[in-house]
Design a protein around this ligand. Structure first.
Ligand code: DHB
Ligand code: MG
Length: 235
């Protein structure tokens, strides 16, 4: 027998009621036609606690959408003087995200910057800036962009991470398998989960996939921690 959580969540009712800034981000995103696929308040709180637990200062987000998770991450690092850098390919979404961040009390671009472009174009620029000392390496990377290039994003994230202890969190690794309808006993793991297979063979990181069920139905994320000192190599 499988028990599924009701659509309400104990986190939202008791531990972390959705703040005004986040409720505004959700409503303003809908008003501007942004798909309602942002993280749930519970997932947002979880991300924010992870950023706090890892004492992250420099956080990178791939896939800003309407800035809901950006607000959660930026708020967590704000008191340490940290900075979120978020990347999105849509200038419309970027504009809405900036409005939402500012409404939530985040200074843009001081506390959170939203870069416009495809992640695969932006990542080499970030790497060059880190290499030349004009940007700090990242200690927390949240990958929540299109699902086709997840391994490339992950590989870059390791390279532009500060090093041992840095965290990489990849959203939706279970949802994408379920939506593709390619899970099943006749399928081998390596056929359906190229990201997970590659991460498993990657001795730079220690990682886990956690399955989740809640307001966003069945899903799961991959979380990796850099397990050894990364020597920054020119890309
Ligand atoms: C969906 C959820 C996500 O977190 C995402 O990044 C993309 C799509 C969804 O609910 O379909
Ligand atoms: Mg997502």
């Amino acid at each position: 027998m499988l028990f599924i959580l009701p659509p309400w969540s104990l986190t939202e009712t008791h531990l972390a009621p959705e703040q005004l800034g986040l409720a505004h981000a959700r409503e303003n995103s809908i008003k501007n036609g942004i798909p309602t696929i942002a993280v749930s308040p519970t997932q947002g709180k979880f991300l924010s606690l992870l950023a706090t637990m890892s004492s992250a200062n420099y956080v990178l987000e791939l896939g800003t959408l309407g800035g809901y998770s950006s607000i959660c991450l930026a708020q967590a690092i704000k008191e340490r003087g940290g900075k979120l850098t978020s990347v999105d390919i849509s200038s419309d979404r970027r504009q809405v995200a900036i409005q939402n961040l500012q409404f939530a009390g985040i200074d843009v671009p001081g506390e959170a910057d939203v870069l416009l472009g495809a992640a695969l174009d932006i990542l080499p620029n970030l790497a060059n800036e880190i290499e030349t000392g004009t940007r700090s390496a990242f200690d927390f990377v949240f990958i929540d962009a299109n699902w086709d290039n997840q391994w490339e994003y992950f590989d870059f994230a390791v390279k532009i991470s500060k090093g041992k202890g840095s965290v990489i969190y990849v959203d939706n690794v279970v949802r994408q398998i379920l939506e593709a309808g390619i899970i099943g006993p006749e399928k081998k793991d390596e056929e359906v989960m190229p990201l997970v297979e590659k991460v498993g063979q990657d001795n730079r990181v220690d990682a886990v996939v956690m399955q989740t069920v809640g307001a966003k139905s069945y899903d799961g994320f991959l979380m990796a921690v850099i397990s050894r000192q990364v020597v920054f190599i020119s890309l």
